[in-house]
Ligand binder design. Structure first.
Ligand code: COD
Length: 319
């Protein structure tokens, strides 16, 4: 049985995303997840939870002693878990990536290793997960208690350090692809800057204006794009009205595109630490979804990210 994603209701919250992941798993069965350097207590706890919910089947790559010790830290008995020994983190990353490349696993997940080590393995020209496209990170979040009534998508706060104009175009496309997969066929994309006028001295605003025009001309499809917009008038109709911005995107943005990794990373951590946002994150553009949470992320964020990757893995044809 296949799932017709065109008839999926728009996903408006992280709990609704989890429900969609459960629906996908109930129809298509659990996804296989290759965890690189799996000796991390919170990663194992999230993986265990997703396994219990029958969303995934994990394959744990790394030092078996470290994996067992991390499991004990959170009271888990690994039982008959599929543990694949690796001599060090580089080898764990390579084996996990190869497991996805070979088709054994559907999703790659980062465990206890440096982000750059995993990403370099992902980008390896011979056995990595490149699909001829820029890879970028997409954060999906909602803010409980706020009255937006929708999910937001923010990119890129975790992979591309200082994307140029060309990279930003793919960053938009990757984020839009996630929105489509969650039942939002024509998301509103706000290209964020400090201002909502095109100041020629501000390179972010200039890039935003170019991408916005590309959207108008249909060069970027499946989304309504506007920018530059400041964050307030991107998400608040009232702020957009006060600033007299006539735009279908202003105040109604679903997708928020930031200029560089510093803005995106601070944005993300502000959401989590000051606003208690519910978050899920994934790297898009590769041959399979990649779950790349950081050590300090909660077990819940890791579980949510696995659920998001499960939904997306249904929609990403292997190249
Ligand atoms: N998508 C596709 N290909 C890429 C990408 C990308 N995003 N980035 C680099 N490449 C390709 C390049 O075209 C090149 O062929 C090769 O990979 C190497 O490129 P370099 O020399 O620019 O790459 P590296 O190895 O120096 O750096 C790549 C990283 C992804 C490791 C780097 O960009 C990085 O450290 N990003 C930040 C990750 C991070 O620390 N995040 C923190 C928050 S979790």
């Amino acid at each position: 049985m296949t799932i017709d994603f065109r008839i999926i209701e728009p996903v408006r919250s992280v709990p609704a995303l989890l429900d969609l992941a459960r629906l996908v798993a109930s129809v298509r069965g659990p996804r296989r997840v290759a965890v690189a350097a799996a000796g991390d207590a919170h990663v194992l706890a999230a993986v265990h939870e997703a396994r219990l919910e029958n969303l995934i089947r994990p394959i744990l790559f790394g030092d078996p002693a470290a994996i067992t010790a991390a499991a004990h830290e959170v009271g888990l008995d690994l039982g008959r878990a599929d543990v694949r020994p690796a001599a060090n983190n580089d080898e764990a990353a390579e084996l996990a990536v190869r497991s996805v490349t070979s088709g054994e696993a559907d999703i790659l997940m980062k465990g206890l290793l440096d982000t750059a080590v995993l990403l370099r393995a992902v980008l390896n020209k011979d056995w990595g997960l490149r699909a001829g496209k820029l890879l970028s990170h997409v954060l999906v979040y909602d803010v409980p208690g706020a009255d937006f009534g929708r999910l937001f998508f923010m990119s890129d706060g975790a992979m591309n350090i200082e994307p140029d104009l060309k990279a930003k175009i793919t960053i938009v496309e990757n984020a839009v692809a996630v929105a489509h997969a969650l039942g939002i066929p024509q998301p509103n994309v706000a290209m964020l800057a400090a201002v909502e006028v095109v100041n020629p001295d501000m390179s972010t605003a200039v890039d935003d204006a170019i991408i916005s025009k590309m959207g108008d001309r249909g060069q970027i499809k499946g989304a309504s794009i506007d920018g530059p917009l400041a964050l307030d008038n991107a998400v608040s109709l009232e702020a957009a009205r006060i600033k007299k911005i006539a735009s279908p995107v202003a105040g109604r943005a679903d997708v928020l595109i930031v200029d560089d990794i510093d803005v995106g990373n601070v944005f993300y951590k502000t959401l989590v630490y000051f606003a208690r946002a519910r978050v899920a994150g994934v790297i898009m553009g590769a041959r399979a979804p990649i779950v790349l949470t950081s050590r300090a992320d909660s077990e819940e964020a890791k579980f949510n990210s696995l659920a998001l990757a499960c939904v997306l893995s249904e929609r990403l044809p292997l190249v």
